[in-house]
Design a protein around this ligand. Sequence first.
Ligand SMILES: Nc1nc2c(c(=O)[nH]1)N(C=O)[C@@H](CNc1ccc(C(=O)N[C@@H](CCC(=O)O)C(=O)O)cc1)CN2
Ligand SMILES: Nc1ncnc2c1ncn2[C@@H]1O[C@H](COP(=O)(O)OP(=O)(O)OP(=O)(O)O)[C@@H](O)[C@H]1O
Length: 192
Amino acid sequence: MTPNTDLANRIQHLRQELRQKRRALTYAEQTAASHNLCRQLQKLSSEQRIENVAGYIAANGEISLAPYFHWCWQQQIQVYVPVLHPFSKGHLLFLSYSQHTPLTRNRYNLEEPVLDVSKVIAHRHIDLLLTPLLGFDCHGNRLGMGGGYYDRTLHACPNLQNRAIGVAHRCQQVEHLQPQPWDIPLKQIISA
Ligand SMILES: Nc1nc2c(c(=O)[nH]1)N(C=O)[C@@H](CNc1ccc(C(=O)N[C@@H](CCC(=O)O)C(=O)O)cc1)CN2
Ligand SMILES: Nc1ncnc2c1ncn2[C@@H]1O[C@H](COP(=O)(O)OP(=O)(O)OP(=O)(O)O)[C@@H](O)[C@H]1O
């Protein structure tokens, strides 16, 4: 086995293990974590001027941003969530999101807003980008779902790298993640 396939196999195995860990959390654990995360994000959002937050609609045991989104809406902070780009493979668009946004399911069976170009925010206007993590380490290295979507988003808009925060359950932390050449480490990760 070449070193590359060995590494790819180990990452695939780690992804499976972390997905199982996330899904195994109880409803009570999930709820407590999302409220804990909400408190941390509220504090951070109150300390700086934030108008536009890009998050995600949680699925498959991901830490939920729903309590934080509710708070944002009350504060007139605009919320955006990702939509798979219809033509540019591997890229994301961020569309405004409220309780009234019509949703559909994408090819990964994840909920996303129905595409409406008038709802798209330019990356440079995003003040805070909350990236979903499958795994992370204490150096800000991240492991996502494997699509490279957030890697491409951060590459395309280097300014976003300073405004990106990874969010995850505490149980998603691992000892060490070997960054790949294209990986951009996160400057901050919040876990709960
Ligand atoms: N809630 C949420 N929305 C999100 C993301 C995310 O991580 N979470 N994304 C973050 O990038 C993008 C979607 N990225 C994805 C990339 C790959 C797979 C995927 O390959 N799923 C496989 C199972 C993979 C596995 O077993 O490990 C599948 O559905 O078969 C899913 C989503 C955009 N929206
Ligand atoms: N900036 C980029 N330009 C082109 N391809 C990229 C870029 N970033 C990542 N990729 C490709 O995307 C694929 C998946 O990358 P990786 O396994 O790091 O995804 P991930 O970080 O887990 O996913 P995500 O970024 O969606 O959370 C890799 O094959 C990689 O070559």
